[in-house]
Design a protein. Sequence first.
Length: 194
Amino acid sequence: MGIATKRQQAGFAVLETAVVVLVAGVIMAFATPKFINALREYRVSMASRQFTDLIHRAKMQAVSDNRRATLRVDTAANCVGIVVLDDNGNEVRTDYVPLPQGVNFSMPANVSAPMTGAPTTRSVSFAPKAGSTTVFDQQFNSRGFLVVASPATVQAIYIGNGQVFRAVTLTSVGGIRTWTWSAGQWVNTRTVSS
């Protein structure tokens, strides 16, 4: 065999390699936007699940400790947590869970209420913590129900990333619903009663 024959059998030609790279680039160009959108959707959904899990945790803590428990939302720091109290009922700390990257407390433009009575004036309808405009508290009584002025009260938390939005609503009797913003309206994604 000659030297030229060995070179041809040794590997890929530059043209073959260029075609493979071009095809891979075209596939990546089509797949990347879909992957990024799916990742954004996943992060907002994950934040919604975090909220419902923390709400359940706060309710169960109130029942198991036979005293009030508080769920705290910090919109400036993009986190939510449960307030930890000592035996005398004094606040010791708040165990926060941050929202996923790119997710914040926000609502879509021209938003309507996901359910009758759900407020839409701000992204978190809990009462502001004394002296703060970015920290909000919702207490649960020893039976796991919302501590609110009226039994008809519905609380709402809105989260999103500018393109994908979710809402979590709580009723005074313990109902928790999650909603997704789709085609200009809220669609119920999960209903849980506790």
